[in-house]
Design a protein around this ligand. Structure first.
Ligand SMILES: Cc1cc2nc3c(=O)[nH]c(=O)nc-3n(C[C@H](O)[C@H](O)[C@H](O)COP(=O)(O)OP(=O)(O)OC[C@H]3O[C@@H](n4cnc5c(N)ncnc54)[C@H](O)[C@@H]3O)c2cc1C
Length: 285
């Protein structure tokens, strides 16, 4: 691995100052479970890494009934699985984190790192988009809020501007129920071949709101908006759920790669979407 300098700022202003002074030559490191692998493979060769693990401004999990959840970017995947707040109000997030990596990795890998790595297969992202999450980014010009859905520009590409950090993730108060299904052909240590996150709000069997998010089947995580339209305002019947699942499969844009063929990915989007919808509605064919 190429040599690099290592900085450990003690405060957010110090970290932002360092990022500015190193002027694009530095990469942020949180848990390092993505970055170190990329550096060892020579895919990224920063002159310096800035370790943000000591920044208390990026830590903490809090919940308010009016405003919802605030999740520090440094929250580890393990904390997501264990937090009583998450388990009570956002159980899908705890379950999703439990499907990721291994227990050892979950103890240091962070949700902020999972998002900022900008992989289309990042597991935490589909349920978070389904729940309507927003991001608080902070940089030399101050802070800004961005919808998580708009954060991804392509594989490994995000809307983070030079010198910016992800500080926290905000999730609105829970409305309806959310589920995430990750399909991997071998074991849960694998990266998802398909990930489907769905939130439905149902009243008297009429779908009031629907968000369907597909991971690993396009350059970024995507909403299946036509499939959502098939459900919203309609009575939920087995045929309608089937149609929505088929439409979601038509909306994705998978590629052939070492993980899977595009054909298989598309078929699994239909299967996983139908399973999510059946689980959320209690309808079983
Ligand atoms: C064996 C193994 C299994 C894995 N399994 C899964 C899996 O099942 N599902 C899955 O989704 N992922 C998986 N991963 C990938 C990885 O563990 C996750 O993406 C993890 O959440 C990354 O977090 P991190 O803190 O380690 O990120 P890091 O490696 O520290 O950072 C990742 C990227 O985000 C940037 N970054 C980190 N934090 C911030 C911030 N606050 N602001 C701005 N930029 C930031 C870094 O510069 C870097 O580019 C796996 C990895 C390994 C090695």
């Amino acid at each position: 691995m190429q040599e690099f300098d290592h900085y450990t700022p003690q405060s957010l202003p110090e970290a932002l100052d360092l990022l500015g002074r190193l002027n694009g030559q530095a990469r942020i490191i949180a848990g390092g479970s993505d970055l170190m692998i990329q550096m060892k493979a020579g895919l990224v060769t920063p002159a310096a890494v800035i370790n943000i693990k000591r920044l208390s401004a990026l830590k903490g999990i809090s919940y308010d009934e009016q405003t919802g959840l605030q999740l520090g970017a440094l929250t580890t995947l393990g904390e997501l699985t264990r937090s009583p707040i998450i388990r009570e109000h956002y159980p899908c997030l705890a379950q999703t984190a439990g499907l990721m990596a291994s227990k050892q990795i979950r103890n240091f890998a962070t949700v902020g790192g999972n998002i900022c790595n900008a992989s289309p297969a990042a597991d935490s992202v589909s349920p978070l988009i389904a729940m309507g999450a927003t991001l608080d980014l902070i940089g030399p010009q101050g802070g800004r809020r961005l919808s998580l859905e708009d954060f991804f520009l392509g594989p490994g590409q995000s809307a983070l501007a030079p010198g910016e950090l992800l500080q926290r993730i905000n999730v609105p108060p829970p409305e309806g129920e959310t589920i995430y299904i990750k399909h991997v052909p071998r074991s849960f240590m694998d990266i998802a071949v398909v990930g489907v996150g769905i939130r439905l709000k149902i009243e008297e069997n009429i779908c009031q709101a629907a968000r369907i998010v597909l991971g690993a089947v396009a350059p970024t995580p995507i909403r299946a908006k036509q499939a959502e339209t098939e459900l919203i305002g309609q009575p939920l019947t087995p045929d309608r759920l089937d149609r929505a699942a088929k439409i979601a499969a038509d909306e994705c844009m998978p590629i052939d790669d070492v993980g899977s063929s595009a054909w298989y990915r598309r078929r699994m989007v239909e299967v996983a979407t139908r399973r999510c919808l059946h689980a959320l509605t209690g309808i079983n064919k």
